[in-house]
Design a binder for this molecule. Structure first.
Ligand SMILES: N[C@@H](CCC(=O)N[C@@H](CS)C(=O)NCC(=O)O)C(=O)O
Length: 344
């Protein structure tokens, strides 16, 4: 009897050992993506710099690059992405229902969203905060001067609640004017229905640059009234896909940290640096296998969109039309918050 139990225990240990040592299997989201030959990516309806389609229907932006990088990793082709534009209200349902595989859409990670939607937050791709835009003519210089004023805001966002919290905490009696659609909220502000427009500071820069008749007539106030860590969300219940998304994002950050760029990625594959070898599949270690991928999983992503810093510069950085400073989105060793877990 005792011997039998021992044998069963030994068999169990052997099986568990094999399970733990085996490469991760793909997971059903990745299986679906491979079967249809396309990643389905939920994006903004149009927020220049983050996700917007040009007149030829080609999407670009910092959020779009998340999907391009992932498609390069899992399908070897950054073009194999179907973009589904989603407004603030629609976005979570689209992910919950399985209509999309991933939601990189200027979406703030909060406890409520993480714990109650059946979704998982991954890794922020843009640290932001909520701000206000007013006309130069209004002569308003700080958020505290908005006492008793009308502020246009879109519903279904963290923005709406932050605005009422801020007004209450500072006894400002702000009058929110709430719209369901982005365009309606923006137009209401531009046509003078509200004294101010509020959203994430990145969204304010995008709206001012892309949609104001004369951007110089509008100022973004210096105050940030909230923390808005923006990043892609995935459905719960598929740890393999969750891991792939996280590690592609960390990998793009680590590529920047170690000087791997879109232009040099091929040469860097033969780098003698073990960290770079692990990132690009150049040495004996195979980080891709552990994620159910191949050795060049990250090399393809960098080749497609560049490292995180390159994607930032191209889409939203100081020399792009949006002109956003790198600020909090700089790497941890350059004074920012971007700190990738080690790809090893
Ligand atoms: N980060 C905030 C706000 C996100 C958001 O939806 N912002 C608006 C204003 S910039 C937007 O992108 N709207 C586009 C749309 O709904 O079509 C959140 O996650 O709730």
């Amino acid at each position: 009897m005792h011997l039998k139990r021992l044998k069963i225990a030994a068999a169990f240990v052997a099986v568990m050992g094999a399970v733990l040592a085996a490469p991760a299997h793909a997971g059903k989201t990745l299986d679906g993506i491979k079967a249809r030959g396309q990643l389905v990516c939920g994006v903004n309806t149009g927020l220049a710099g983050f996700a917007a389609a040009n007149t030829a229907g080609k999407w670009s932006g910092l959020d779009v690059d998340v999907c391009r990088a992932l498609a390069a990793t899992v399908l070897s082709d950054a073009e194999k992405v179907k973009y589904v534009p989603l407004n603030a209200q629609q976005r979570f349902t689209a992910l919950q229902s399985g209509e999309i595989d991933i939601l990189p859409r200027n979406t703030t990670f909060t406890l409520t969203r993480d714990a109650s939607l059946g979704l998982n937050v991954t890794v922020p791709n843009y640290y932001d905060g909520q701000g206000f835009m007013v006309t130069v003519k209004s002569k308003i210089k700080s958020a505290k001067q908005l006492k008793g004023q009308t502020v246009c805001v879109q519903s279904g966002t963290t923005t709406e609640k932050n605005l009422t919290d801020y007004s209450k905490a500072n006894d400002l009696g702000i009058k929110p004017v709430v719209y369901e659609k982005l365009e309606a909220a923006e137009n209401a502000y531009f046509t003078g229905r509200c004294v101010a427009y509020t959203t994430d500071a990145s969204g304010l820069a995008s709206t001012r640059n892309d949609k104001a008749k004369d951007p110089k007539e509008h100022v973004i106030l210096p105050d940030l009234i909230s923390k808005e860590p923006l990043g892609p969300m995935v459905r719960r219940g598929d740890d393999e896909w969750f891991a792939i998304v996280k590690w592609v994002m960390y990998g793009l950050l680590e590529a920047e940290e170690y000087g791997v760029t879109q232009a040099n990625v091929d040469q860097m594959k033969s780098s003698a640096d073990p960290v770079v070898q692990r990132l690009l599949g150049g040495g004996n270690e195979d980080t891709g296998k552990l994620l159910g991928l191949d050795k060049e999983w990250l090399a393809r992503a960098v080749k497609a969109v560049g490292n995180y810093g390159e994607s930032f510069e191209r889409n939203v950085g100081p020399k792009s039309p949006l002109g956003l400073p790198r600020g909090m989105n700089n790497l941890w060793n350059k004074g920012g918050l971007m700190y990738a877990y080690p790809v090893r």
